[in-house]
Design a protein around this ligand. Structure first.
Ligand code: PEP
Length: 259
């Protein structure tokens, strides 16, 4: 059975007290995640170790929001994926659109970062997505193909070690999610493009959607055949809403699929 994924991106929010309250809130509503759908939370770097403690034995995984493309060295201010791993992280988001927008990250860097993350034993959650202007000018597939090829050119294939996230920039933090039809069409495009390199890998690769997902729209998005879960921003900061989204995700798993 192919697993589903729900990943919370806490962005630059939180502190020791609110992080603890958020995990306790999630656990109060969901004592144990269902093995058919993995739950991951991605706090800001300084809180990774706190989250390692808070999530020990809970079935909730921890990830970072970024990682260096180097494992070690004279790179002031950077964080090695090895350090993330040592502090309890199992995942790292790579190439989030806010890093492209505010830190000038480009496709090549995304590819190198993904490779370093895999080398360190992390699962990269590689983000791709077009801007509103790129969509309006009919360049969505050109942009997605370029971003995808840059990332996968470095990685080639790494079975079960990568998650791909389709995050159209115009849907992130805007409250306007992409329609289920758009999401399905772009996920299908991404999967087909990867299948050119490796069919089996493409079929197994989890492709998740991110951009203004809430409990109210989750089921329509997650029911699409090529959607394997979600990357959640603002709604991941509210335990009740995050767990409600998780429960919607579970509903999309056919009842005859054993855990
Ligand atoms: C994100 O930051 O990855 C994201 C999807 O944000 P939001 O859910 O707030 O749109």
């Amino acid at each position: 059975m192919k697993k589903k994924w729900l990943i919370g991106n806490w962005k630059m929010h939180g502190n020791l007290a609110s992080n603890k309250a958020l995990i306790e809130g999630i656990r109060a509503e969901l004592p144990e995640p269902d093995p058919r759908a993995e739950l991951v939370v991605c706090p800001a770097f300084p809180y990774l170790y706190q989250l390692k403690d808070l999530t020990a034995g809970t079935g909730i995984y921890v990830g970072a929001q970024n990682a260096s493309d180097h494992l070690q060295g004279a790179y002031t201010g950077e964080t090695s994926p090895l350090m993330i791993k040592e502090l309890g992280g199992s995942f790292t988001i790579i190439g989030h659109s806010e890093r492209r927008q505010y830190q000038g990250e480009n496709d090549g860097l995304m590819g190198r970062k993904s490779l370093a993350a895999i080398d360190a034993g992390l699962i990269p959650v590689i983000c791709v997505g077009e801007t509103a202007e790129e969509r309006d000018s009919g360049r969505t597939h050109e942009v997605l193909a370029r971003q995808l090829d840059a990332a996968f050119g470095y990685i080639r294939t790494a079975h079960d070690k990568i998650i791909l996230a389709y995050e159209p920039r115009w849907a992130i933090g805007t409250g306007i999610a992409a329609t289920p039809e758009i999401v399905q069409a772009e996920h299908e495009f991404l999967r087909q493009r990867i299948a050119i390199r490796d069919k089996e890998f493409a079929a197994r690769l989890p492709i998740i959607y991110g951009g203004s997902v809430k409990a109210a729209n989750a089921i329509s998005l997650f029911s699409m055949p090529d959607v394997d879960g979600g990357l959640i921003g603002s709604a991941a900061l509210n335990a009740t809403e995050f767990v409600a989204i998780y429960r919607e995700l579970l509903q999309t798993i056919p009842a005859d699929e054993a855990a």
